[in-house]
Design a binder for this molecule. Structure first.
Ligand SMILES: [Zn+2]
Length: 136
């Protein structure tokens, strides 16, 4: 049995590309960036920014990696659904409302909650699929 400790960059990029196409946000660009968070969907530029920490993914990071990518894809799907400018406004309105209510601008944010649930709900089936396709 072949144990892969690291996922190659080619396989990682292929997984991202498969996911983007499946969720019909294939026009999203992907960029490596040195950043605090693991990933960020930049709604202004339509770019999925991925931390340079994810340049190579270790086996034990796959679950977290898939949840993160699918989470960010959900934001891209919302941006496509509403139009990115409108979605940006909606998102900012939600943040402002939460701040006014003394709640947390991300943890209590409905778009963040939905995106995280979307990632948690869907990562397993992709894990199985990518495993079968020998990408992980
Ligand atoms: Zn998010």
């Amino acid at each position: 049995m072949l144990i892969k400790e690291f996922i190659s960059e080619t396989n990682k990029n292929q997984m991202i590309s498969i996911l983007l196409k499946h969720y019909k946000v294939g026009s999203v660009k992907v960029k490596q960036k040195s950043m605090k968070d693991h990933a960020h969907y930049n709604v202004d530029t339509g770019t999925l920014e991925l931390s340079t920490r994810y340049k190579t993914i270790k086996n034990r990071q796959i679950k977290e990696f898939l949840i993160t990518i699918i989470h960010e894809i959900r934001h891209a799907m919302d941006a496509k659904k509403y139009g990115w400018k409108k979605f940006k406004d909606m998102y900012e309105m939600e943040m402002n409302l939460l701040i006014q209510k003394g709640k947390h601008q991300y943890k209590d944010n409905q778009y963040e909650i939905e995106a995280e649930e979307f990632g948690q709900k869907n990562w397993k089936k992709w894990y199985g699929k990518f495993k079968r396709e020998n990408l992980i």
